[in-house]
Design a protein around this ligand. Sequence first.
Ligand code: SF4
Length: 77
Amino acid sequence: MPIEILLPRCVSSGMCALTAPEVFDQDDDLGRVVLLRRDPGPDLADAVRDAAASCPAQAIRLHDPAPAAQPPGVSPA
Ligand code: SF4
């Protein structure tokens, strides 16, 4: 799941680093987010989604891969 950081929005709350420390850190100067892994694997997807949802500045944008196409005549569940 590729991650995009909108750094000018970051207000240094640290929620992302607390929620998914394998993926997010904070810089030593201003405490702004540092992305450790730009495209973490599926094992970290839930933590990354939680981190993005917890960001008070909406500075974390996730680019979920498109769902697999359904064969013709099959309705999505
Ligand atoms: S949770 Fe959002 S505002 Fe807080 S440090 Fe992370 S990116 Fe910045």
